[in-house]
Design a protein around this ligand. Structure first.
Ligand code: HPA
Length: 264
């Protein structure tokens, strides 16, 4: 059960389920976990102190329920608050901190990202092995600085890889580079991101994952590669709508993976 007081709109739903095992954040255009048992939707805008999601492809709704055919209780955050929308770090990490307050077994952060590997294909999924935070923003307070450097939980990573193998779902592993955005990268920036060791680039996740990890929450990250950022033709054409469309098409595989990992 929760460690600290929950927003009063959420508390009765969490209590009814007897707690929450997993929090999943769905990134731009990603649709998954739409068939939860005993599901209830709460709009971000109706939660005291929260603001509604504003970016296209982000519904701004929390769904709480049970994973069908399993005892796992899940909270799905359909959309996130980005710093590039003008939100502060506190707002951008709110769901991660809520996951910590709930004492969950795992926080699973998904995002839409540009691929930095030329041989990958739009719609591919990548498990985050690590990240590089190039937002220039602090994800935690000075007194919270972690003594270790492993943000993404090794146990959860193994479970994702095993689930992908079992279900025959191709899953890359790699390093996600988090930038502020909202503009996509220049050609020179793409070359820089490849040189520093990134396989995917996006505008979220790095602050949330650190905020949760320093609070002791096991974190996993999955990128849906919506465009290959290294191909000149993709660089010219990437739009937010294209990102949302490709993410929608990849959602079925993501949904399958999430079910397999959380039903354990
Ligand atoms: N760059 C940054 N963020 C992104 C991209 C990209 O190419 N695609 C989806 N989110």
């Amino acid at each position: 059960m929760p460690r600290t007081a929950l927003p009063s709109v959420l508390a009765p739903h969490v209590e009814r389920l007897g707690g929450i095992d997993y929090v999943v954040v769905l990134g731009s255009g990603l649709k998954a976990l739409e068939q939860l048992d005993e599901a209830v939707d709460v709009r971000y805008a109706d939660i005291e102190g929260w603001s509604g999601a504003t970016v296209a492809g982000h519904a701004g709704v929390l769904t709480l329920g049970r994973l069908a055919g399993s005892s796992s209780r899940v909270m799905v955050a359909r959309g996130r608050h980005h710093v590039y929308e003008g939100h502060g770090v506190d707002e951008a990490t709110r769901i991660a901190r809520l996951a910590a307050d709930l004492g969950v077994r795992g926080l699973i952060l998904t995002n839409a990202a540009g691929g930095l590997v030329g041989s990958w294909t739009p719609g591919d999924l990548m498990l985050l092995s690590d990240h590089i935070n190039l937002t220039g923003l602090p994800a935690c307070q000075p007194h919270e600085v972690p003594w270790h450097r492993q943000v993404y939980d090794p146990g959860l990573r193994v479970r994702f890889l095993a689930a992908a193998l079992r279900a025959g779902i191709p899953l890359h592993e790699g390093v996600y580079v988090g930038l502020l955005g909202p503009s996509y990268e220049t050609e020179a920036e793409i070359r820089f991101l490849q040189a520093v060791g990134g396989q995917a680039v996006g505008m979220s996740t790095v602050l949330e994952s650190v905020a949760a990890a320093v609070r002791g929450v096991p974190v996993a990250g999955i990128s849906c590669i919506t465009n290959i950022a290294v191909r000149p033709e993709d660089l010219a054409g990437t739009s937010h709508q294209e990102v949302v469309d490709v993410a929608g098409a990849a959602s079925r595989r993501l949904d399958g993976l999430l079910h397999l990992v959380m039903e354990d």
